[in-house]
Write a protein that binds this ligand. Sequence first.
Ligand SMILES: *Cc1c(COP(=O)(O)O)cnc(C)c1O
Length: 401
Amino acid sequence: MTLANGREFVLIPGPSILPDRVLNAMHRAAMDIYAGPMLGVTDDCQHGLKRIFGTDGDTYIYASNGHGTWEASLTNLFSKGEKILVLESGRFATGWGEMATMLGLDVEVLACDWHSAIDLDRLEERLRNDREQAISAILAVQVDTASGVVNDIGALRKATDAAGHGALLMIDAVASLATMPFDFDGWGVDVAVSGSQKGLMSPAGLGFVAVSARAKDKHRQAGLRTPYWDWTARDGKVHYQKYCGTPPEQLLFGLQEALKMIFEEGLPSVFRRHEAIADATRAAIAAWEAAGATFNIREPASRSNSVSVFCFEDDLATRIIDYCKVNCGVTLGGGLGQLVDQTIRIGHMGHVNPPTILGCLGSIDMALASMGKQLPQTGVGAASMALGRYAAETSHAQAQA
Ligand SMILES: *Cc1c(COP(=O)(O)O)cnc(C)c1O
């Protein structure tokens, strides 16, 4: 007997839930790629992405996932043997670094445990010791979906400035873009990469790269450039060149609609919603501490608003994930890398509202109840109280305004 038959909830940290509006916007026949509506869609998408990245600089849209944008950014900027510094804070910056090693770069990892944000003092010290400025670039992640950490990107640039170092700052915003602020120009970021299937609530298959003027200058000398990823080739006047071939038509219409939804809601409201939903999730995790749950990220201020990662002893996490899938139709993320087996990851990015998250958290309560765990307060109870308080504060603020 299962209760799972009903709408399925996929709350892994990407791909995220697809809004019906996005699905419907994609439902169209093949169209001309040289003229007509297709051209306007590219302009709309690039304009919207610039707003969300916070840049007036160039942005590129690839028919690729997030990994493609890693390769795009590396090949466009570097030559074999160049040195880069990877700031570990989970799985993803190091994954980007592994790709750089395969491409022939000299990669140094500033190692960190998977329970905290990047150590800014250590970064500054490492850069001060790089007297010849051999390090060309720094790679870091804004939100790491394996550990659940959020890094302060503006502070990374301040640390490089404090060390008097001119390295390019390259940021993976795949799991964070459109869930929290990104200020590419204001923070002094040189390259930011992202993808369509997380905060941007679109199908997987589109990759985005924002590029500073400084990075664009360096690009001209890069030895690793390849035809498909090349920025200069994609700067060509003809629309076809922007995709190095046929544009991923339907995906772009989906993204255009998602961006429209985001701007209708307003970016500040989108960020507040993510914060409220994440706070509610954290309230639930705190309630599950009575059943042995622990937050993976120790410092509360370093827990991200797009994914929550928490751990249980023994095989409890795996049993909860299985229970939710089979009995509730709720798909949760399991642990990655060194956190495999003991970890649950809940993706709360994109098209997520209170019933979505409460349904997910309530399913975990069901799983715990089925295993005989007694809790003073349920996770869903704690989360609904948190959301209720949030809604009351918001409407109070609106009444005052
Ligand atoms: C999901 C993710 C990626 C990889 O994106 P794909 O589209 O799966 O290639 C990279 N970085 C972060 C932080 C992610 O969360």
